[in-house]
Design a protein around this ligand. Structure first.
Ligand code: ZN
Ligand code: ZN
Length: 331
């Protein structure tokens, strides 16, 4: 079978290797659709602290082709998606329902071989049925789980006015989730014209391309989906008194935000962050299957495995035509 290896920063190639065998508690999946995420780019560009080589890909769906002897919930032919974060279920954080902070954390596509290959083994407990959902939609189970976790933390109220900074694939999911939570008005900041158009398509009420056009001291909930530090700094100016800020986008590590502490005090703000997800996969699959969250408009390209290096360059180019890029490892 063919697998993508990131051997070390900026060194990537397609490698022919033996198909893995599932252990008794594992499932062998034929990967049908695998989404590219910023994390994959960070690993490729060396902005990642862990060990190389890495077989990337942590947002994927496929078909069960073999099950280990202890597997109970799945059989050959089932259509599934994978929750990549593997918790030990036996540390102090896992035992307090904070599996996202597991002390023995492993992740498919980061510390374990991922979905940018034709076949991959994953633990049964990381596998979720997607029923008849198309594979490329199933590949959104993971990012949508993270968005569901963040949205639940933000507690959007009925008829709230929500501001969302950034309308990439995550911002696009946030717009739809904010609406589902009852937001009456959704204002989006996005400078990239392709992404601004996407925001409109997904139901944003206002799409602005300059930070100066956002209203000050106005929004009930401000969500940063950009990870751009100057925008994150500005969130405290946009929120109303007593409002909530959710810092969801991933900023570069080692860089500080700069905000006026007195302003946070005077406005009585709730400032939250959100790290991965905690048991949100069933919710994500339910939202995709019911059509309450639409992901088709988020996808701009479908490419074979061999094109992954070119796909990374396309995403880095910030071309307005590039949205989510899906890799099809089995053609
Ligand atoms: Zn991701
Ligand atoms: Zn643990």
């Amino acid at each position: 079978m063919k697998s993508i290896f990131i051997h070390k920063p900026n060194e990537i190639s397609l490698v022919e290797q033996e198909q893995p065998k599932p252990s008794p508690s594992e499932i062998l999946i034929q990967v049908m659709a695998s989404g590219i995420c910023g994390t994959d780019l960070h690993i490729y560009r060396g902005e990642y602290m862990g060990k190389y080589p890495v077989i990337p890909g942590h947002e994927f769906a496929g078909v069960v082709v073999e099950v280990g002897g202890q597997v109970r919930r799945f059989k050959v032919g089932d259509r599934v998606a994978v929750e990549p974060n593997i918790a030990c279920d036996n540390c102090v954080n896992c035992l307090n329902n904070r599996q996202n902070f597991c002390l023995n954390w492993q992740a498919v596509g980061v510390t374990l071989p991922g979905g940018m290959q034709q076949y991959v083994t994953v633990p049964e407990k990381a596998t979720f049925s997607i029923g008849d959902l198309p594979f490329e939609q199933g590949a959104f189970m993971e990012p949508l789980s993270c968005v569901v976790h963040g949205i639940e933390r933000a507690h959007i109220g009925l008829a709230d006015h929500v501001a969302i900074l950034g309308a990439g694939p995550i911002g696009g999911l946030m717009i739809q989730m904010a609406r589902l939570q009852g937001a009456a008005q959704i204002s989006v900041l996005e400078i990239n014209p392709g992404r601004a158009e996407l925001a409109r398509q997904l139901g944003a009420d206002r799409v602005l391309n300059r930070l100066e056009d956002m209203q000050l001291d106005t929004y009930d909930v401000v969500i940063d989906a950009s990870g751009v530090i100057p925008l994150m700094n500005h969130t405290i100016d946009l929120a109303r008194k007593g409002g909530t800020i959710l810092l969801f986008g991933v900023p570069p590590s080692g860089k500080n935000m700069e905000v006026e502490g007195f302003k946070i005090f005077q406005k009585g703000l709730s400032i939250l962050s959100s790290f991965t997800s905690v048991r949100n996969s069933f919710q994500a699959v339910g939202l995709l299957q019911s059509g309450q969250v639409r992901v088709e408009p988020l996808i701009s390209h479908r490419l074979p495995l061999s094109e992954l290096p070119r796909a990374f360059e396309m995403i880095e180019s910030r071309d307005p035509a590039v949205r989510k890029v899906i890799i099809l490892p089995n053609g």
